[in-house]
Design a protein around this ligand. Structure first.
Ligand SMILES: *Cc1c(COP(=O)(O)O)cnc(C)c1O
Length: 379
């Protein structure tokens, strides 16, 4: 292996997670969230496997991501959950991409651009109304600014009201109160639409936390991201069935024995006690190892946990070895080696963050190898 470090993406685990999640959500449809390059796993490659395994469609954050998926030949339902500017409307309509409508003003921008395309023979722009029930980020307030957007959707021949959705801010917490409150606001809003004879289309609200934990959050579809990649949204929630998809590996590039009292790495924040063996891993924070793992985290070497000694550098990290090792020994940063395994949630707790940031932090920085794809005979 000539790479300093590499990522393995296990498509068998992806398929397993899709099946498990689909079994949990019952009749609700699975929208697979592949934003941020598929949470660092490679959006195009994972999208293909997710759709083949039974995901109904895909969701991304931006128009750029949606167009890149179409460019890669990915067909089917595809939703941009973030802001779509009017300049992008012709492209998204030409490629059959659905977009979020954030408020009345945004709706008029989209409509104006869509009219030009419809007059040239295109079907109307498919939009999903975003309702802000408590995240205070994107969308209309159900008891406030929604009126303008709803009136536009109800009357415009250039917009197709394909769906209505909200996003839950606290579905990963033990207390169901805040989530129930958001769901209640969303339901009341949907009810008011129906009472006026309006058709809000495909209804969706749940992220991973809600899809797996709140039956009444499932509606017509769920938007699941982190669960597909094998993790729950918070380090305190554990799901026994999900399988991590990403592994990160490297090899020692140098091994040496240090005398007692030797400071290690920048700042000398670790000092050897006795004679100690150390190994050098040729990856650092520029490749996705958070600097907060300095003197805190561990990797796997010969099936054992080896602690990070001193500060993580830009492209190098020193680990303490229990005995002499060799240049070229494989080191596992994330994933399994021997009987032990390192998960992104463990990294997340070392780095005071969430598994999402660990996974996306490795995205795009190391070569990625996809294993267990269906056409290669994986099961
Ligand atoms: C990222 C995202 C999701 C998926 O969240 P997970 O916690 O990864 O399942 C769902 N909906 C929206 C609007 C998102 O931005």
């Amino acid at each position: 292996m000539r790479d300093r470090g590499w990522i393995e993406i296990d498509h068998r685990a992806l398929r397993h997670n899709v099946k498990l999640i689909r079994r949990t959500i019952g009749a609700s449809r699975l929208l697979a969230v592949v934003k941020a390059d598929g949470y660092g796993h490679g959006a195009g490659e994972v999208a293909r496997t997710l759709l083949a395994a039974g995901a109904y469609g895909l969701a991304v954050a931006s128009v750029e991501e949606a167009l890149a998926l179409r460019e890669a030949g990915i067909e089917g339902f595809l939703l941009v959950m973030g802001y779509t500017p009017r300049e992008a409307v012709a492209d998204v309509m030409a490629r059959g991409i659905s977009v979020a409508l954030l408020d009345g003003d945004h709706g008029r921008e989209l409509e104006e651009a869509a009219r030009v395309q419809v007059e040239e023979g295109s079907p109307p722009l498919a939009v999903h109304l975003k309702v802000d029930t408590g995240m205070s980020r994107l969308g209309v307030l159900p008891e406030g600014t929604a009126g303008e957007a709803v009136a536009l959707l109800a009357s415009s021949p250039y917009l197709k009201w394909e769906g209505t959705f909200t996003h839950l801010a606290r579905a990963d917490e033990a207390d169901p109160g805040p989530t129930n409150h958001q769901l209640h606001r969303f339901q009341a809003f949907l009810q008011s639409l129906r009472q006026r004879g309006l058709h809000p289309g495909l209804i969706h609200a749940a992220n991973t936390g809600a899809a797996l934990r709140f039956q009444k959050a499932r509606f017509d579809a769920v938007r699941v991201g982190i669960g597909l990649y094998g993790y729950m949204p918070s380090p305190d929630l554990f799901h026994p069935g999900l399988k991590p998809v990403m592994a990160v590996k490297s090899r020692l590039v140098q091994v040496k024995k240090l005398p007692p009292g030797t400071p290690v790495s920048y700042g000398g924040t670790y000092v050897t006690q006795g004679e100690e063996w150390v190994g050098v891993v040729p990856l650092g924070y520029a490749e996705g190892i958070p600097r907060l793992l300095s003197n805190r985290g561990a990797f796997l070497w010969r099936g054992q946990r080896v602690p990070i000694r001193g500060r993580v550098c830009m492209n190098l990290t020193v680990v303490g070895l229990p005995q002499e090792g060799r240049r070229g020994d494989e080191v596992v940063l994330l994933g399994k080696q021997g009987e032990d395994v390192l998960h992104a949630w463990e990294w997340a707790s070392w780095a005071e963050t969430i598994p999402y940031e660990i996974l996306t932090g490795f995205g795009g920085r190391l070569p990625r190898y996809h294993v267990g794809k269906e056409e290669e005979g994986g099961s």
